[in-house]
Design a protein around this ligand. Structure first.
Ligand code: ZN
Length: 136
């Protein structure tokens, strides 16, 4: 098991078009990739900042995984993603340690990655996403 780096910071947005004014037009960052993840009710946009990235998460359907987050808390910081190898080992180890993965198996992330989220009630309040593969 090896945890490699902060892969990205996830930010929930109501309208990516509106927020791109901030990231691209004001801050001059490159919004270089977007992808729809219909099974998760999301369209994601990746924004490059130095060695790291922001991921803007936009809801595309009412059963989106960010729907209740946006309803309860509005836009803003959503999760921090860590790049790992052998994500299945992390899922098993988390369960041994009493840290709750939000899915038993990795889900499909953007650009062919495998991802799993860890429940913030079991991580000290932080929604952590583990990501394997899919370097852009
Ligand atoms: Zn993410």
């Amino acid at each position: 098991m090896r945890t490699q780096k902060i892969d990205h910071i996830g930010i929930a947005v109501k309208s990516a078009e509106e927020r791109i004014k901030l990231y691209r037009d004001l801050l001059g960052l490159d919004v270089y990739y977007s992808e729809e993840l219909p099974e998760r009710g999301l369209k994601v946009y990746f924004v490059k900042i130095g060695e790291s990235r922001f991921e803007l998460l936009e809801e595309i359907s009412e059963n989106s995984e960010i729907h209740s987050f946006l309803e309860k808390r509005g836009e803003g910081f959503h999760h921090i993603a860590l790049k790992v190898e052998n994500i299945e080992e992390y899922i098993n180890k988390a369960k041994e340690l009493g840290i709750k993965p939000l899915s038993e198996q990795p889900q499909k992330g953007a650009h062919g990655t495998k991802v799993v989220f860890l429940h913030p009630k079991t991580t000290g309040g932080l929604l952590i996403e583990l990501v394997e593969g899919g370097e852009l």
